[in-house]
Structures are given as structure tokens and as C-alpha cells.
Design a protein around this ligand. Structure first.
Ligand code: GLU
Length: 318
């Protein structure tokens, strides 16, 4: 990253930070000390250089951004075939918490709640304590520092967990949940409550951009095939029922969370992370979406805006 990139990050955040449209998620009202008008933006290169602006060291809960990472951990532990047997890769075109399954009884994809609750249950462990340990360790390795669960967030999540419990019961009634609905939802809510800063999130994304190897610690956290599968699902399903619009405009694999966090990955190059709690009608950070859209356009990051790679640099002949 250079001085120009640092200026761009500052300018883009300043341009969107005055937008007061959207509403924060209901669970935030149950917490003390959350400034719903704070915002942050960070870009981290695949070599681990970060440029950040705003409240980029303020912690917030990963919420649904955790779904993409936990999907990667399930793939890493169990392999693609075993995971595909339990959860598909099709965009659902529905809201994140829709109670719907594909015809064969699988959730559509791992990034809507039905799929994410299923995937949480695939993480090896006897109970939710074992599973959250595996998940927290994996998330910490991606960030390059020890992350922890924000317990007040977890408690607020559990008070509002009726919908997720219904989804878990739906999965259990199809006989595909490896534990009781209550245990799985407790574990899933713990996973959603892991706290990160915007700078952490950019670094976690940079680890994906760097093929699963943490740019600074050098640890291979995820295999390349796992990263490819995870980014593919983020590309097609990461922004829920706004995924098509997002891909057309921004053109990057991404994942949002109801905390107001947003992650976008440019494979081989960098990751963008944004935070701002006011959400649009799809549950995405209003300022986060605007900031990533501006950076993608300004830095020409749209993955489909470039000539496709040709094997060995040769032209394809007819
Ligand atoms: N914990 C939230 C839920 O499952 C996450 C939703 C989100 O971030 O989109 O309802």
C-alpha cells in the first residue's frame, strides 16, 4: 500500500460517514456503549500492509461474517464432499433467516442461517464448548491475534434466538443436525459473537486473499482449495438477496454481518473491511456497502472487469 492508497481510504470513509440512513440491528439496542453512528474502513494487502480510517480499532461482533470462515473450517476438517452432502452452494434469493431448505432437505448454502447453523454442527466436537474452541482458534489464526467471544452480545443474541431455534428444529426434523437444536443454536450464537476490529477483519480477509496463509505470521490456516470454495460461495451468496446487485456493482466475494461489519476479498491482492451499524433492508451496512463500492470502482477491483487469464499466456485458437 502507498500514501495514495492511505488517502483514498480516508477520503472514501469521509465521503460516506455522514449517511444516517438505515437502522441498526435490534440486538444492539440491548447493549451498552455502542455508537450506531461510528464507522471504519480498512484495506489490507495480501502481503499484510494495512491502511485504515475511522474507528478501525473498535471491536464489534462478527455475526454472519463468521459463517464464511466457519464454512472454511468445516471444509478444511471434513473435505468438500462431506460438507456438500449437508449444505448446498446455491443462492437462495431469500432473506438471511428464511426457513427454507432445498428439495433434498439440505440448506441452500452455508451463508444463510439455515446453512450456517448446519455448518456449525459439522465442526468436530462433543458439544458447543468443543466446537466454539475450534472455531475461536481458527478465527484467531486468521486474524493473527487471540480473539474472544463478547458475552453481552451472546446473551442478547440468545434472547432473540426464537427464529434460529425454529430453523434448527426444521433441520432436526429432517434428521440432519448432529446435536440438539438448543446446543447448536447456543454454539452458533457464540460463533456470531466473536469480536473483531475492522483492522482484524481486513487481516482475516487478507489471509483469504493470500490463499489461506496469514501474511504476517506465515501460518497456513486454510488450504488453497478451501479458500477457493469459500470465496466462490461468498461471491454468489454472501450478500443474501442482494448478491446479484452486489456482484454487478462491486464484483468481489463478500460477507456482511448484522453488527454492521462487511468484508470483501480481492483474491491475490487485498481485502477490504468496513464497519458501521446502520443497515439497509437486506441487513448490510449502509456505509460499508457505499465505501466498498467506491473503493472497488476507484481501484478497479471488479473481478469481472478484467481480461480472463489465459493458460500459459496463449491465445485460444479456433
Ligand atoms: N446472529 C445473527 C442471526 O443469526 C446473524 C445474522 C447476520 O449477521 O446476518 O440472526
Amino acid at each position: 500500500m502507498n500514501a495514495e492508497a492511505a488517502d483514498d481510504v480516508q477520503e472514501v470513509l469521509a465521503a460516506v460517514a455522514g449517511d444516517r440512513s438505515g437502522e441498526p440491528s435490534a440486538y444492539l439496542a440491548r447493549l451498552e456503549g455502542v455508537d450506531v453512528d461510528s464507522s471504519a474502513l480498512a484495506a489490507c494487502s495480501a502481503a499484510g500492509e494495512t491502511e485504515a480510517a475511522g474507528e478501525s480499532t473498535t471491536e464489534f461482533a462478527l455475526q454472519s461474517i463468521s459463517k464464511a470462515f466457519v464454512y472454511a473450517f468445516a471444509l478444511q476438517e471434513l473435505g468438500l464432499e462431506a460438507v456438500l452432502a449437508r449444505v448446498g452452494v446455491e443462492p437462495s434469493g431469500e432473506a438471511f433467516n428464511e426457513m427454507s431448505l432445498q428439495a433434498g432437505g439440505r440448506p441452500f448454502n452455508p451463508l444463510i442461517n439455515a446453512g450456517a447453523i448446519m455448518v456449525h454442527g459439522l465442526i468436530p466436537g462433543e458439544d458447543e464448548d468443543d466446537r466454539i474452541t475450534v472455531i475461536r482458534d481458527g478465527l484467531s489464526a486468521l486474524a493473527g491475534r487471540e480473539l474472544s467471544v463478547d458475552m453481552p452480545v451472546y446473551e442478547a443474541e440468545m434472547e432473540l434466538s426464537d427464529r434460529n431455534l425454529s430453523i434448527a428444529h426444521l433441520l432436526a426434523s429432517n434428521d440432519i443436525l448432529p446435536d440438539t437444536p438448543h446446543e447448536i443454536v447456543r454454539g452458533y450464537s457464540l460463533q456470531c459473537s466473536v469480536a473483531v476490529t475492522t483492522e482484524d477483519l481486513a487481516m482475516m480477509g487478507a489471509t483469504l486473499a493470500n490463499g489461506g496463509v496469514h501474511p504476517l505470521t506465515g501460518q497456513e490456516v486454510l488450504r488453497k482449495d478451501v479458500v477457493r470454495q469459500t470465496l466462490s460461495v461468498m461471491f454468489t451468496c454472501g450478500m443474501y438477496d442482494a448478491s446479484g446487485e452486489w456482484v454487478a456493482e462491486v464484483g468481489l466475494p463478500a460477507k456482511s454481518g448484522v453488527s454492521g461489519g462487511l468484508l470483501a476479498v480481492v483474491p491475490g491482492v487485498m481485502a477490504l473491511a468496513a464497519y458501521s451499524p446502520r443497515l439497509d433492508e437486506h441487513g448490510h451496512s449502509v456505509r460499508g456497502v457505499k465505501a466498498c463500492t467506491r473503493l472497488s470502482q476507484g481501484w478497479d477491483l471488479h473481478l469481472l472487469g478484467h481480461a480472463a487469464p489465459r493458460p500459459h499466456g496463449r491465445r485460444v485458437r479456433r
